[in-house]
Design a protein around this ligand. Structure first.
Ligand code: GLC
Length: 451
């Protein structure tokens, strides 16, 4: 055999060998694939949930890990959204409008339920909890989860607007905590003049939901109202509303609030307060643990009171808060319910509140010994929570709030006079309520429940 034929034969053998090995590998791969499903661990079910970035921290720090440890087949994927509640609502809304929403758990602000439920985006959870189980939660938080008598949202934590003040500075200057708007302005001015602070009072003035939440408190303090839920009467063009706006404008004109206050949301105001630049802050209880953290210059120097009022009126505290619903389009409603049950049980709520300093939804936690020893201001917080005022619980809340935000912002930033802005806001709101024959969520809330 010539060298040439020998190499050719060798090449052929080599090719065949390659072919057989290829086939062998393919067969082996098939066998492995077909025989291993039992060996490969099952992919966990992933529950997606969108949440504002500051709220994500306490979730991530504990309760999600605990849930996943107890439920190895379920993972919670927290999607951190923007800080403002409106932007978060927009993201949920566009996801639902597009159809197959990527979210399973719907983390809802206290004011969203009626809109989301009316649009058919949420599962009805009415028969999941007994009356007794629901009775452990604050009634207003539960009501905020109902639409046309059905329950769509289980409270996870409540919220209530409070007035923070620098106890150290007020005491040092011989002042009592303020009770009226006039007191607030007087103390602010004096502390500013003494050079103790750069600003007196700071609040959320940007055109967004936080502006409406802040405004209902000032409005209540002047004896005014936005929309009466039972009669749908609109109070935006009443003299009390104009007085409330005049107070806010005065804070800017008199240099008590910085001019930039009309662009601030909660986190902007917290940073300024926490850096020691201002004597008073209107915000939510989440500020407390942050302002009292080890590295905070305000540690041990602050106290809370309800929002001030004019003599004869009581200070308003806006009811806020967050709860969980299940997206109708979720492919994992059972797992989502398991997660809601876990996150709303008493022990988990206790841990959650201890970490974040949020307002409890479960009434018993306000006086819980562990919680009170870490947060001695909770009994005071309960008093404020009991006084909480709702933003109007009407199905068209989102539009009503948008109208108020637009015109109030125009008045505060001198783009319109308060009179013409509030006249226009009142007219648009009346039109909205007449056209949509909006009904009070509260008045139709006594719906079917189990138990
Ligand atoms: C807080 C409240 C929420 C409110 C929002 C306004 O997150 O819990 O109810 O709508 O602030 O910014």
């Amino acid at each position: 055999m010539s060298e040439f034929t020998k190499t050719k034969q060798q090449q052929k053998i080599l090719q065949k060998l390659k072919l057989y090995t290829g086939i062998l590998f393919a067969v082996l791969a098939c066998i492995i694939l077909l025989s291993t499903p039992k060996a490969i661990p099952q992919q966990p079910v992933v529950l997606n949930m969108l949440i504002t970035a500051p709220d994500a921290q306490p979730w991530k720090q504990g309760i999600i890990k605990d849930f996943e440890a107890k439920n190895p087949g379920i993972r919670i994927n927290l999607v951190e959204g923007p800080n403002s509640t409106n932007l978060l609502e927009d993201l949920y809304t566009s996801a639902f409008i597009l159809g197959d929403s990527p979210y399973d758990l719907v983390n809802m602000d206290v004011i969203w339920t009626s809109k989301f439920a009316a649009a058919g985006w949420l599962l009805d959870l009415s028969d999941r909890l007994t009356k007794e189980e629901l009775a452990a939660f604050s009634p207003k938080d539960v009501e905020a989860g109902r639409y046309e008598g059905k329950l769509y949202r289980i409270p996870v934590r409540s919220d209530v607007g409070v007035l923070y003040y620098r106890e150290d500075l007020l005491k040092g200057a011989g002042f009592q905590a303020p009770e009226t708007f006039a007191d607030l302005l007087k103390i602010s001015k004096s502390l500013k003049e003494q050079g103790k602070v750069n600003w007196g009072y700071i609040w959320q003035g940007r055109q967004y939901e936080g502006l409406a939440a802040m405004f209902v408190e000032v409005l209540q303090g002047f004896g005014g109202f936005w929309v009466k839920p039972d009669t749908l009467e609109v109070g935006l063009d009443k003299p009390e509303t104009l007085k409330a706006i005049a107070f806010l404008k005065d804070t800017i004109q008199e240099g008590i609030s910085p001019p930039g206050v009309t662009t601030y949301i909660e986190e902007d105001t917290r940073r300024i307060f926490q850096s020691g630049q201002t004597a008073f802050l209107r915000s939510w209880p989440y500020v407390w643990p942050l302002a009292n953290a080890e590295d905070s210059p305000l540690k041990g120097k602050i106290a809370i009171i309800p929002m001030v009022a004019t003599p004869g009126n009581s200070g308003g505290a806006c009811l806020g808060g967050w709860g969980l619903g299940i997206a109708k389009s979720s492919k994992h409603p059972q797992e989502a319910w398991k997660a809601i049950q876990f996150f709303t049980n008493e022990e988990v709520q206790r841990q959650f509140i201890l970490k974040a300093g949020f307002v409890p939804s479960r009434r018993s936690l306000f006086t819980d010994s562990q919680i009170v020893s870490k947060y001695p201001h909770y009994p005071q917080l309960l008093k404020i929570a009991n006084q909480a005022v709702l933003r109007p619980p009407i199905a068209q809340y989102a539009q009503a709030s948008d109208i108020l935000q637009r015109y109030l912002s125009a008045a505060l930033t001198n783009r319109m006079t308060p009179e013409s802005a509030m006249q226009a806001a009142a007219n648009e709101t009346k039109l909205l309520l007449n056209n949509s024959k909006s009904r009070s969520v509260l008045s139709v809330s006594a719906g079917p429940q189990r138990g």
